[in-house]
Design a protein around this ligand. Structure first.
Ligand code: NAD
Length: 352
């Protein structure tokens, strides 16, 4: 099989689907690896590294490949150059009708990494988890960088610097990583989530769980359920004093298949003290904070509100390393058994 590695063409995308360290695994199985020149540049990998790993550099790689590995779907024009009967594996296939039409026209079967089921057998292919982990870390570091104070407590001869108060809303993969990173910096961390199991997970990281006394909202497959309007209003009211006390607010809440829930109103942010920071990691999905703009910092009251845009791509090195592992494991399974339930779950409907 000829396996192509796409050079990403989308705005803000800096990751690469296959890093040089993983080329050998595909070669060892008897496949050829073709890489579009410059594919790894933004993630810190030169063309020479790919050559040294045994790949062939080829600008036309997509048009001769049996299997294309990408982070985001290639542009429709590039998809149309792919041979009929080819396969594309990528993340964030989304609903773009032009992309879907191009995949259909080209006769390209597509597997969406974001659809990998959360089975223990599929953990090494779980790109949502690997990328959420990178996003959570990045969110914490951005918050610490924007904050005009020291995160952790310091006792010095000149006096004590108190720890910053951090509030994390949403304690899934990204939230737990943000909690752990802020805790490592020495901050006093509190967190809230609607799923019952998260209290224990939050505490195991050394943070305090905020118990609002509201019923949990556990949904199917370990995901959260959507809030009713009444619940959302109540939750906002109960969270208000915690937001007002926070020097840093990091939000990560998502509900599968929906816009991100609005957890914090602009009026709540206006209660935060001068110098405080809000990092909204759900900004690409509409945001958890009223007024967030993905890709910008806006000021609301005294706070700087950072809206994350394609946050994993802001740390392209580790994000690509982890994603490449996810992709190679899925590709190897695909080549062994295309009817495996994991492949069936990831196959994009409406495309051959
Ligand atoms: P996610 O990105 O869908 O959502 C992030 C967090 O936001 C979740 O913890 C969710 O409960 C929370 N949230 C949603 N609505 C909220 C609200 N109104 N207020 C506060 N918080 C809210 O979640 P995720 O990080 O993808 O994790 C989802 C689940 O999948 C978790 O149970 C996680 O443990 C599980 N998981 C399983 C595997 C596996 O088995 N392979 C891998 C990763 C994650």
């Amino acid at each position: 099989m000829r396996i192509a590695v796409a050079r990403e063409s989308r705005d803000t995308e800096t990751r690469v689907a296959l890093v040089p360290a993983r080329v050998g695994e595909l070669l060892a199985l008897g496949h050829r690896v073709l890489v579009q020149p410059g594919a790894g540049a933004q993630a810190g990998h030169t063309d020479q590294e790919y050559r040294d790993a045994g790949a062939v550099l080829d600008e036309q790689a997509l048009s001769v490949a049996d299997l294309v590995l990408a982070v985001q779907p290639p542009e429709p024009a590039a998809i149309r150059t792919m041979p009929a009967g080819g396969v594309l594996i990528c993340l964030a296939v989304g609903q773009d009708p032009d992309v879907h039409a191009a995949l259909r026209d080209a006769g390209v079967t597509t597997h969406a990494m974001e659809q990998v089921p959360r089975l223990s057998r599929a953990q090494s292919m779980d790109a949502l988890t690997s990328q959420a982990l990178v996003a959570g870390y990045r969110g914490a570091i951005v918050a610490a960088g924007l904050l005009r104070r020291i995160a952790g407590v310091h006792m010095t001869a000149a006096g004590t610097v108190p720890a910053a108060n951090v509030l994390v809303l949403g304690a899934g993969v990204a939230g737990l990583e943000a909690i752990a990173t802020m805790h490592r910096l020495g901050a006093r961390v509190r967190a809230y989530d609607v799923r019952a199991s998260t209290a224990e997970e939050v505490r195991s990281l050394g943070a305090d769980f905020v118990d609002l006394g509201l019923p949990p909202l556990d949904g199917a497959a370990g995901y959260a359920r959507e809030m009713t309007e009444e619940r959302a209003a109540r939750q906002q009211r109960l969270l208000t004093p915690y937001v007002a006390e926070a020097d840093v607010l990091i939000t990560t809440a998502m509900v599968a298949g929906r816009a991100a829930p609005v957890l914090v109103s602009a009026a709540m942010v206006e209660l935060m003290r001068p110098g405080s920071v809000v990092v909204d990691l759900a900004a690409d999905a509409g945001g958890n904070v009223e007024g967030t703009v993905a890709g910008s910092i806006v000021r609301i009251g005294n706070a700087q509100v950072w809206g994350g845009r394609n946050v994993p791509a802001q740390l392209p090195g580790p994000a690509s390393d982890l994603y490449a592992r996810n992709v190679v494991d899925l590709a190897v399974l695909l080549l062994r058994n295309p009817d495996d339930e994991i492949l069936v779950a990831t196959r994009v409907a409406g495309v051959p």
